[in-house]
Design a protein around this ligand. Structure first.
Ligand code: F6R
Length: 249
């Protein structure tokens, strides 16, 4: 794992945008894995600013999102489908046909999960996966205890995850109890991973990621086994990590 230490959220977002843009500009075909939540919002804003200023094109880019709530249609303001359109897709020239998000309203959710992994495979896999991390170590919606062998699947959201995401809803009761998520194995198949970590709320997670053991009880720990992971973390998130040199292994 490689670490890029940055000052704050703003710098994390800009460094991540520069990293991603260098791939967008130098490839003929690029498949991105995208995340939602608070962490990548600044990255998406920076991509939009760049698009407005430099007209960087995304015509050759496809994307696969990590997850979606079960039960919310794409029109629901808290669906990740809505989030992605609102925060990125409608502001750049990516072809909506090339953007993929699992459907939380599929009649056969199991089939939806299998079809999603197959679609990623047929696309030739994900070139660059953007990840955030939950304070309990989840990546995507893979909560502690998820098998490292998991493909895209249906999950029951942990109470702590529903509480953390309740800020986007009127109350916690409105936060769906289930989601579809790319599995740990699906994520680990990405050729490269960029993990973004910012703020005090992620200090313990960051410490466990760097200093803890690799265990299904802390899903993000599997990233230590991936050959091409870059972590962009700010000073607040890194405050509890002692052996920073451990990261640049
Ligand atoms: C989002 C996702 C989640 C978030 C994580 C952190 O698509 O898969 O794993 O990355 O919950 O959320 P934030 O960024 O809101 O702290």
């Amino acid at each position: 794992m490689k670490l890029i230490e940055v000052k704050d959220y703003h710098e994390m977002s800009q460094v991540a945008a520069d990293y991603l843009l260098s791939k967008v500009k130098t490839s003929d075909k690029l498949t991105l894995g995208l995340a939602t939540g608070g962490t990548p919002q600044g990255l998406y804003e920076a991509l939009i600013n760049d698009h407005n200023q430099n007209r960087t094109s995304y015509q050759h880019v496809s994307s696969f999102n990590l997850d979606e709530y079960i039960g919310l249609s794409g029109k629901h303001p808290n669906s990740y489908y809505h989030y992605m359109n609102d925060h990125l897709f409608k502001h750049i020239d990516i072809d909506s046909e090339n953007t993929h998000i699992p459907s939380g309203k599929a009649v056969d959710l199991q089939k939806e999960c299998e079809a999603y992994d197959e679609k990623i495979r047929l696309h030739g896999g994900i070139d660059l996966q953007i990840l955030g991390i939950g304070s309990n170590g989840h990546i995507g919606f893979n909560e502690p205890g998820t098998s490292f062998e998991s493909n895209t699947h249906i999950v029951e959201l942990a109470e702590s995850t529903r509480e953390a995401n309740a800020r986007y809803f009127n109350s916690i009761d409105e936060v769906p109890a289930q989601a579809i998520t790319m599995g740990i194995s699906s994520i680990m198949k990405s050729k490269e991973i960029l993990l973004l970590v910012s703020g005090e709320a992620k200090q313990v997670a960051m410490k466990k990621l760097v200093e803890g053991e690799i265990s299904e009880n802390f899903p993000a720990s599997i990233l230590n086994r991936h050959e091409h992971v870059t972590v962009i973390a700010d000073q607040e998130a890194l405050a509890m990590v002692k052996g920073l040199e451990l990261l640049n292994r």
